[in-house]
Write a protein that binds this ligand. Sequence first.
Ligand SMILES: N[C@@H](CCC(=O)N[C@@H](CS)C(=O)NCC(=O)O)C(=O)O
Length: 206
Amino acid sequence: MIDLFFSKFERCFINWDRSSTNFSTLTISHFPNLYQPFGQVPAFQDEDITLFESRSINRYICDKYGSQGNKGLYGTNPLEKASIDQWIEAEGQSFNPPSSILVFQLAFAPRMKLKQDENLIRQNEEKLKKVLDVYEKRLGESQYLAGDEFTLADLSHFPNIQYLVNGTDRAELFTSRENMGRWWGEISSRESWKKVVEMQNSPPPS
Ligand SMILES: N[C@@H](CCC(=O)N[C@@H](CS)C(=O)NCC(=O)O)C(=O)O
């Protein structure tokens, strides 16, 4: 059994039975710092190891369990892996900083009844637009970020885009760009992603 702890707010975590491709959510009573040194989520437990940092967790799952699923998700040779890694890094270092601020300010702050910071929103929208111009060019050259196959590089962008497209009024940041809109339409209609969204929208487990 593999546990992906997703919340220190007693919300839920994902319980993955390795003998199948099924996931289920469970509630945990607490999220001890034991699992994640910064006290954040996610953390990942597999047998006797515990990992933190979402992108490292993703790479580990692909390397260790690739043969049970999409074998090419994290590439099958060093060059493919490097091509995927460069876009995972672009996500972590260029895309995530402005987009995660926008997710918090636009999607979460209103739900948490927190005041939105208009300056921060404006600044990060400008930053994100510049990053998306680079993505738009790239997605005009290949079907997916790392080439013509769907990979972990594309997958790493799902969560923030999902929030911004479906949980805020800023969808057009993505959908108004021709290549980006085509790419998002394609990847977000994958059955596996639809299942994740369904789980995310379902009430917390009791
Ligand atoms: N770089 C870390 C970021 C972890 C992170 O920022 N987690 C957020 C949720 S997405 C969190 O736990 N926030 C609550 C807190 O910091 O108290 C990763 O990708 O795993």
